[in-house]
Design a protein around this ligand. Structure first.
Ligand code: ADE
Length: 227
């Protein structure tokens, strides 16, 4: 069982995404658990304030360290959880990273906001900081959902038996080959004849070649790593 604890100022954003489909079944099967916590529950003042102006000046607000430290202390307890901060300045999320995280038992995700989070959260509270891509979101909630989604599906037993993880995109640093289903001719757009032969070796060969073509076109950076 892999447990995710998410600490956020927008707890209501999560249920719709995480309590549906595969993640819902993963939770029902007790392969994963997802708990969402309101950061404001860990503030000390009556206004439940979580942010303040940046030292040194500048626009916007910075999230204060105190609520995050209090939340992690309470939620972590004696468990050995990995604490991850979401931030565009983090290490990029990759399939490789997702596989490493899927081996853990306990992950606590901290959702950043505004101009950023007090640096002491990143340097003293979080074990790692993860970015989901080279763009800036309005907050870390979507990033946390992306992390939960791609990690949870790699936990054994979360995906159905039929689903295969071995031919997916990013395996061996290649993108997945194109897939087709019936009809073989849709409005004149035909399925490649190689897939209709029933000859497994030829199909395998065609798929490998197509993986290369796709990767070369969309992600030449991956191809250099694929060798
Ligand atoms: N918060 C804002 N942008 C982000 C990103 N790209 N990845 C993770 N957290 C973020």
């Amino acid at each position: 069982m892999l447990r995710f604890d998410i600490i956020t100022i927008f707890p209501a954003m999560f249920a719709q995404v995480l309590d549906e489909s595969i993640l819902k079944r993963g939770q029902e099967k007790k392969k994963i658990a997802i708990k969402v916590h309101d950061l404001r529950d860990f503030t000390l003042d009556k206004h439940r304030k979580v942010d303040d102006r940046p030292f040194g000046g500048g626009p916007g607000m910075v999230m204060m360290p105190q609520p995050f430290f209090a939340a992690v202390k309470k939620i972590k307890g004696r468990r050995k959880a990995k604490v991850i901060l979401t931030s565009p300045s983090g290490e990029p999320l990759t399939q490789k990273k997702a596989k490493q995280l899927a081996k853990l038992k306990d992950i606590i995700l901290l959702c950043g906001h505004y101009e950023g989070v007090d640096e002491r959260v990143q340097s003293k509270l979080a074990d790692e900081t993860i970015s989901i891509g080279d763009y800036v979101l309005t907050g870390g909630e979507l990033a946390a959902m992306v992390i939960v989604d791609c990690v949870a599906r790699l936990v054994p037993g979360v995906l159905g038996k039929a689903a295969s993880l071995k031919d997916e995109s990013f395996e061996g640093n290649l993108l997945e080959y194109p897939q087709y289903t019936r009809p073989a001719d849709f409005q004149g757009m035909k399925v490649p004849k190689e897939l209709l032969t029933g000859h497994h070796q030829d199909i395998e060969h065609w798929r490998q070649a197509q993986s290369m073509v796709r990767t070369k076109k969309s992600r030449p950076d991956l191809l250099r790593k694929a060798a």
